[in-house]
Write a protein that binds this ligand. Structure first.
Ligand code: XMP
Length: 518
């Protein structure tokens, strides 16, 4: 078992970041809504608590409160923003509504005489005291036993601590990138204050997950749908490590994939990793399901329905299988305390196999359900998956069907694939895939325009290039690519792709546009 920290969520937008920062320090942590039952939280056997921020005011009727078991446990506590205010209020300090809201960057003044485990004389906060603030209320009187560790021009108590009781509070948000030294605060809290051992590593996770999968599956057989994406790939590789040839993967080539992808899936999973892989080419079936369909929602439905049918048919052929592996990740299962999702449990049904577990009486195996995406990638790397798989960009379930605007035909799919491969190739050569841009693809429009090639008039289709930068795919901006690069892509597409004589660059952000066109 790993040493662990329990994070209580009071509804802040950045609570998940707290968890990611602590895990980056190789300490395991889990998120709970603040009103989760004490038994469930304490079952984690936490060595400390972090209280997140939140939008409420501690004096508001019905505002989330500090559950009494937290302080009763005698374990270390770090309150962040609203969490610090709760701590102050619970221990006899005073929280007052601020005369004005403080939002944005602030310079921290660390109090000199203070030395503590959280903010030490060597703290990077001394060198880079810039912190991100977002609060209305503030702590005006600290509880007895506490000392002020830092202030800002607007907050007389920007950090407070009672080292004897190992209780700390920070008004700023150490989890966000705008607080450059914040990572260090969370790391010190986990390692120094709570005394956690930094054992949470990909290798340790794999070892533990392998044992758990073996326990769960016993002598049974496991089925896994591979999409080529990172979640299902890491899931399959992990389960393969646990049960070897009792795992069978099914890969459905819908015909809606990018150039080279079906071959890459077979090369990686069957040839390189030695997995039992059933690869089905269902292109014809999908094309006929899409014949004459131009409405985006209908396309999605058609692809989704057909996918379930093909998958189920192939699964039945395999005979007795007891388990279905899914690449569910932690953000899909976290119970959120955010006001717009009151305790809602969102579970993403992966890759259109919805309903299949019930119909085929399969039990789910979800070995990644406590991992964030970046952790799943690190596990994939440790399992030897190739970089192209680990860093594969998000790809919509219906695939190129929603990037071929208008009717989906084989000819138009091939046209799009050729343009898309040129765009990705050029971006890759320029070193702009992965860090500089997060998603890049081409779209084919059902619009023709007039052009001239040599001495001939042309009347052909239009390709749009979509390249975006984004942190979470909820909002996105179009990438400011250099005109030279755009010119190179445009020239190559028009010269090399038959049936296309015009290239556009999409300069719309999300919102108001979405990333995909359909
Ligand atoms: P939008 O177009 O809504 O897309 O801005 C946001 C992100 O989600 C991806 N996307 C999908 N992913 N199944 C998926 O697994 C889908 O049906 C789907 N539709 C969109 C999209 O590529 C982008 O990364």
């Amino acid at each position: 078992m790993h040493d662990a920290i329990a994070i209580l969520d009071f509804g802040s937008q950045t609570t998940q970041l707290i968890a990611r920062r602590i895990r980056e320090a190789h300490v395991y942590c889990e998120l709970f809504s603040w009103d989760t039952s004490p038994e469930r939280v304490l079952a984690l056997r936490p060595r400390g608590f972090v209280l997140s921020g939140g939008p409420a005011s501690v004096y508001e009727p019905g505002a989330p409160t500090l559950p009494p078991y937290v302080l009763r446990s005698g374990l270390p506590v770090l309150g962040i923003c609203y969490g610090m205010q709760l701590l102050a209020q619970a221990l006899g300090g005073r929280v007052a509504p601020a005369t004005r809201r403080e939002y944005g960057l602030a310079q921290l003044e660390l109090s000199d005489e203070i030395e503590s485990a959280l903010i030490s004389p060597l703290s990077p906060l001394r060198a880079r005291p810039q912190v991100w603030m977002s609060h209305a209320d503030r702590v005006e009187r600290i509880p007895s036993g506490f000392r002020v560790l830092a202030r800002t021009p607007n907050a007389p108590v920007a950090a407070m601590g009672d080292p004897a009781r190992r209780l700390y509070g920070v008004q700023f948000h150490p989890e966000v990138a705008h607080t450059p030294a914040g990572r260090e605060v969370l790391r010190r809290f986990a390692l120094e204050v709570c005394g956690c051992e930094p054992t949470w590593t990909p290798a340790a996770f794999i070892e533990q997950a392998v044992v758990q999968v073996r326990d769960r599956v016993g002598e049974g057989r496991v089925l896994c749908g591979l999409s080529g994406g990172v979640d299902s790939a890491v899931t399959a590789a992990l389960i393969h490590r646990a049960v070897a040839d009792r795992l069978t993967c099914i890969f459905v080539n819908t015909g809606m994939l990018r150039r080279g992808e079906p071959q890459q899936v077979v090369a990686t999973f069957r040839d390189r990793l030695g997995m039992e892989l059933v690869a089905v080419d269902a292109t014809e079936e999908f094309l006929s399901a899409l014949e004459g369909v131009t409405d985006p929602e209908e396309k999605r439905r058609a692809v989704g329905e057909r996918f379930i049918r093909v998958f189920e048919r192939e699964a039945k052929r395999l005979g007795q299988v007891g388990f279905l592996a899914q690449g569910t990740l932690y953000p899909d299962v976290i119970e959120s305390a955010a006001p717009d999702r009151p305790g809602a449990r969102r579970i993403k049904t992966h890759h259109n196999v919805g309903g299949l577990p019930e119909r085929m009486r399969l039990q789910l195996v979800e070995p990644l359900r406590y991992l964030f995406k970046d952790e799943a990638r690190a596990v994939g790397e440790a399992l030897g998956l190739p970089e192209e798989v680990i860093w594969r960009q998000p790809f919509p379930g219906p695939g190129l069907a929603v990037r071929v605007v208008g009717e989906v035909t084989w000819e138009r799919l091939e046209r799009l694939r050729a343009a898309d491969a040129i765009l990705l190739g050029e971006l890759g050569r320029a070193g702009l895939l992965r860090e500089a841009t997060q998603q890049a693809f081409a779209i084919l429009l059902p619009v023709r325009s007039v052009g001239v090639m040599g001495d001939d008039r042309t009347y052909e289709e239009v390709v749009v290039l979509r390249v975006v930068t984004t942190e979470d795919f909820m909002t996105a901006d179009w990438a400011r690519l250099s005109p030279d690069l755009l010119a190179r892509v445009s020239n190559r597409v028009v010269n090399e792709v038959e049936g296309v004589n015009r290239v556009l660059y999409d300069i719309t952000s999300k919102p108001p546009a979405t990333i995909e066109w359909e």
